[in-house]
Design a protein around this ligand. Structure first.
Ligand code: UDP
Length: 255
């Protein structure tokens, strides 16, 4: 049975090593310094960035120089198949959202030169418009572009001499489905996998964070190696798409 399933195509017809179609729509929130609507298949996340002058109090108290970057994540009530109440209606941020927004913040701080942004705070807001698996990874991939656009604006306004971004960062999921490692899970697959893996890496292939867990199952070294290989391939393709989106936007602006 397992062999028959392994030979089968995925639910949406993709190969095991294929990411979903990715798209970036830039500038969708004009009041934000940088904004991107990222789509990975049916998962869509709005990433908006605003930059405040000033840093959190703890930085001043501990004499930490440079700036700060912080992220917030939420799923809009109509982003899921059944309505998801806003956290504010429950009076507290749910554990999952808190874990995801900390991951987004860490991933972006790994590539932003906080010393170079000066005493400023970069606010990154990721709001899921449509959830179909991989919302945290799509949020990181989209927010990476939104932060780069917002920082470029600081350079254009001559508030910074150079872009304080070391590298682009992107993220993708992988998992073990019926014993077979697959790349970029949609929700149906996410429910069915025995191993859930999220990879965050930079444009030059350096890892920022790896999250892998066996869901009521274990996984082998070979499966881990295969998920890493798939993840690196996916991230390389996402970075290519990020670069193409920036290039298309700058061509449109100069024409
Ligand atoms: N999901 C949902 N409601 C929730 C949490 C998750 O419908 O409250 C769905 C959604 O499609 C999400 C998927 O389950 O993308 C997988 O969720 P997970 O916690 O693994 O995070 P993600 O893969 O989105 O980063």
């Amino acid at each position: 049975m397992t062999n028959i399933v392994a030979a089968m195509q995925r639910i949406d017809g993709r190969a095991a090593n294929q990411i979903r179609p990715v798209a970036f729509e830039l500038g969708i929130a004009p009041h934000a310094s940088g904004s991107v609507l990222v789509s990975m298949g049916n998962t869509r996340v709005i990433c908006g960035v605003m930059i405040d002058e000033g840093v959190p109090r703890w930085m001043k108290e501990q004499s930490v120089t440079g700036g700060w970057l912080t992220a917030e994540y939420s799923m809009l009530p109509y982003s899921t198949q059944t309505r998801k109440p806003r956290d504010i209606a429950k009076g507290r941020l749910d554990g999952r959202s808190s874990e995801i927004q900390r991951l987004i913040g860490r991933s972006l701080r790994a590539v932003v030169d906080l010393e170079k942004i000066g005493p400023r705070t970069i606010w990154v807001d990721c709001d899921v418009l449509q959830a179909d698996g991989g919302t945290r990874t799509a949020a990181i991939t989209g927010a990476s572009l939104a932060v780069a656009i917002a920082c470029q604006k600081l350079v254009d306004e001559q508030k910074l001499k150079a872009l304080p971004i070391r590298k682009l960062v992107a993220a993708v999921s992988a998992g073990v489905l019926d014993g077979r490692p697959v790349l970029d899970l949609n929700y149906e697959e996410d429910k069915a996998v025995t191993v859930d893996f999220n990879l965050v890496a930079t444009e030059d292939g350096e890892f920022v964070e790896l999250q892998g867990s066996g869901e009521e199952a274990t996984f082998s070294q070979d499966q881990l190696t295969e998920m890493l290989t798939l993840g690196r391939k996916g991230i390389a393709e996402l970075v290519e798409a990020q670069r193409a989106a920036v290039l298309a936007a700058s061509r449109a602006a100069s024409s």
